[in-house]
Write a protein of this length. Sequence first.
Length: 155
Amino acid sequence: MLYDALKALHILGVVILLGNVTITAFWKAFADRTRDPVVIAFGQRLVTITDFVFTATGIVLIYIGGFGAAWVGGLDPFAPGWLLWGQILFAVSGAIWIVILIPAQIRLGRAARRFAAGGSIPDSYWRDSRLWLTWGIIACVPLVAAVWVMVAKPG
């Protein structure tokens, strides 16, 4: 029973994390397409808020549920290759977020606050926006691969 509850927490965390990182990219892309500084600033603020709330929640649930289920199930979380590879893929995605995406998102948020009242959007915003979207998509690839590894449990 405890194992199932922890596994469900783990899966819920994955759903929240992947759902958030994919939908926020759509929100931002569609807000940016309007070229309206007020809409873009609002969209950027929502991306920042939802990333903080839902990404953090997803990560915490993934760790608590995953390591908890492994512990309760008597598994060494680093011994089966599929568990280790799932964690490596998760870490690769996290590294991209820490090194590239979070700094870009901070710059985007600062720029958006400056033009929120209807000012002009600087070229640096558009450059960082392309960087954030491109690397955000790249960062999702190891997350999706980690889901596959966890489901397929390859030898």
